[in-house]
Design a binder for this molecule. Structure first.
Ligand code: AMP
Length: 391
């Protein structure tokens, strides 16, 4: 895989795939511009190197048709402000007007294409659409780590129709840190997984069974494991079709001698609302009418002491329903414990990133991955479709 430093960009038309899939508020204003900022080093480097830039991203899920609420207009505006130079928003992604704008570019100019997903060809990875994206382009640069687990036209499909290809700085940084966590982690390596669904995380748990020394499981996911062990979990969220998988993982962890830890106490509630008064349960059965919504204080103490011993930490997924204050303590405590640790810490996933922000500890993490699904897939498989396309 080539890096942008290895390519001459003088007078070249560069298609730069970025991940500007940022949250917008009700007024359509960018709420968090972290992802736009993250792409700036690559953008500036390419402009200084004499490139003409065609910047492209998806935003939300417009399902293949134009949706004014998901136009990249506010994003292009914020991008222009942060960059301190004018950028032109194209009226579309492909088509005659876009071809005209591309043909008129001069070195140092930037156009931003409209939302890639306004066209069904993007997610379908359609060949004709890919060819149109690649039209007039000399170099393809991928700096959209967070979108690189998708085999979409702008991530994989178009790459073969462009003469040269390379990874941007953000992509390089993500790969460097995440690769270290899978190939050469300093031990002990502690992985913390939470969130709602086990089914999403089976491949990563399986891969971690080979690499991590300790796996800490929180969130609703834990209750699928408890159910698989025959425990009564009340009304806690369980994926009934994953029980066998969960049993297999528990057996494998035991055979490998890995520290596979589930919560030892539980914050339970009759309903997942902010009015409910939570109570702590320290042993099974969890009462039939109760839902486990967070890890309890004993679990926090146990998980924290294991985190304190780690030299490498990977965290993805909240340990409880952290959107509700009463059930956010576990997630907050774990975020703070990871931040306080001197280990190399890698955190991925939108929920975990907002928990870090809420705890005010983002700057104390070694690497906060811009990709949620992408970081999980990279840890599980060691590569992503968007990276393969650059090879
Ligand atoms: P995921 O997308 O699988 O990482 O799941 C994230 C979601 O899991 C968050 O919205 C949390 O509210 C939710 N979650 C975490 N713990 C629990 C729990 N014990 N019960 C229900 N939902 C949970």
């Amino acid at each position: 895989m080539k890096l942008i430093r290895e390519i001459n960009f003088e007078n070249k038309k560069v298609f730069l795939r970025v991940d500007f899939n940022v949250p917008l508020d009700e007024m359509g204003v960018v709420k968090d511009d972290t992802r736009i900022r993250a792409a700036l080093p690559t953008v500036r480097y390419l402009l200084d190197a004499g490139a003409m830039l065609i910047v492209a991203s998806h935003l939300g899920r417009p399902k293949g048709k134009y949706d004014p609420k998901l136009s990249l207009k506010p994003v292009a505006q914020r991008f222009q402000e942060l960059l301190g130079q004018p950028v032109t928003l194209a009226p579309d992604v492909i088509g005659p007007e876009v071809e005209r704008l591309k043909s008129q570019l001069k070195p140092g100019d930037i156009i931003v294409l409209e939302n890639l997903r306004f066209h069904p060809g993007e997610t379908a990875n359609d060949e004709a659409f890919s060819r149109e994206l690649a039209s007039q382009i000399d170099v393809y640069v991928n700096d959209a780590f967070g979108a690189s687990h998708r085999s979409h036209a702008s991530v994989t499909g178009m790459v073969r129709f462009v003469p040269e290809k390379a990874a941007g700085f953000l992509m390089e940084k993500e790969i460097t840190y995440l690769r270290k966590a899978i190939e050469d982690p300093e031990k002990p390596y502690v992985a913390i997984l939470g969130g709602a669904k086990v089914s999403d995380k089976i491949p990563i748990i399986e891969s971690l069974l080979d690499k991590a020394d300790v796996i800490l499981i929180g969130g609703a996911m834990a209750y699928t494991f408890f159910k698989a062990m025959g425990m009564e979990v009340g009304r806690s969220l369980v994926e009934m079709d994953q029980l066998e998988k969960a049993q297999t993982i528990l057996k494998k962890a035991q055979a490998k001698g890995i520290g596979f830890h589930l919560p030892v106490d539980h914050v339970v509630t009759p309903s997942l609302t902010s009015e409910s008064i939570p109570t702590i349960v320290e042993s099974f059965p969890i009462p039939l009418e109760m839902i486990a919504a967070d890890i309890g204080p004993k679990t926090i103490t146990m998980f924290t002491s294991l985190i304190n011993q780690a030299k490498t930490i990977f965290w993805n997924g909240p340990l409880g329903v952290f959107e509700i204050e009463a059930f956010s303590q576990g997630t907050m405590a774990i975020a703070k414990a990871i931040a306080a640790s001197s280990a190399i810490s890698i955190v991925g996933g939108g929920d975990s990133i907002s928990a870090l922000k809420k705890a005010g500890v983002t700057s104390q993490i070694t690497h906060v991955s811009t990709g949620g699904g992408a970081s999980l897939e990279f840890i599980a498989y060691g590569t992503l479709p968007g990276i393969e396309a650059l090879e």
